[in-house]
Ligand binder design. Structure first.
Ligand SMILES: [Ca+2]
Ligand SMILES: [Ca+2]
Ligand SMILES: [Ca+2]
Length: 209
């Protein structure tokens, strides 16, 4: 291990120990419609080799990150760019992405409709057995779509979300193709920071090789 890397590791360890950088050790993701190696702190990889979907609607992975003010979510597909007009079998000519965040019970769900260049996001909260609209102003979120869907939403809008939480996502072709689904457990921010640190070291080793 070089001195430079040791110094960086020590700096990151100190940041984690003192809670600096809040949720993670690395830089926050950049919303440019693509996901680079190590950009997100935590990734859930979908089953490879699925055959029921078009490549541009076949979830490859979902990615998570957070900082002091924002929660980040990205969806990558087997062959981007992501279709924003459904599949060849669409009847609605748009693409829908649903995401549910849950503790022991459902807490929030995101409904994202992609229609050409338009991206329309709604947030709902599960209250007393019903999904109701949760407050979400245009300044609370940004969506960028390219090879990936990259979405950032203000942490205050998801203030009731426990950590760790269960995630379930679904990409819908709005037609006859099956909807691709992915589920997993997203750890708490302190664990995310440690995972991000590990990812950075792995990426650093690959770049050095
Ligand atoms: Ca990005
Ligand atoms: Ca898939
Ligand atoms: Ca479908």
């Amino acid at each position: 291990m070089t001195l430079n890397r040791s110094t960086r590791l020590l700096t990151l360890a100190v940041m984690v120990a003192f809670g600096l950088g809040s949720a993670k050790a690395g830089a926050s993701p950049i919303l440019d419609g693509g996901v680079t190696a190590g950009e997100y702190a935590f990734t859930i990889v979908d089953t490879p080799g699925e055959t029921d979907y078009q490549g541009d609607l076949d979830i490859e992975a979902v990615h998570f990150d957070s900082d002091a003010l924002w929660d980040y979510l990205a969806v990558t597909v087997v062959s981007g760019p992501i279709s924003t007009a459904g599949s060849a079998n669409t009847i609605l000519y748009r693409t829908l992405f649903y995401a549910q965040f849950a503790g022991p019970t459902p807490i929030y769900r995101l409904l994202l409709e992609l229609d050409g260049a338009a991206a329309d996001l709604a947030l709902e909260q599960y209250v007393a057995g019903h999904w109701v609209d949760a407050p979400l102003s245009p300044s609370d979120y940004t969506v960028v779509v390219g090879d990936a869907i990259e979405l950032v939403i203000s942490s205050s809008a998801l203030s009731a979300l426990p950590h760790p939480f269960q995630f379930a996502g679904q990409l819908d072709d709005t037609g006859m193709d099956h909807d691709d689904q992915i589920t997993g457990t997203v750890p708490e921010p302190a664990t995310l920071a440690l995972l991000a640190m590990g990812t950075m070291l792995v990426v650093g080793r690959r770049r050095a090789a």
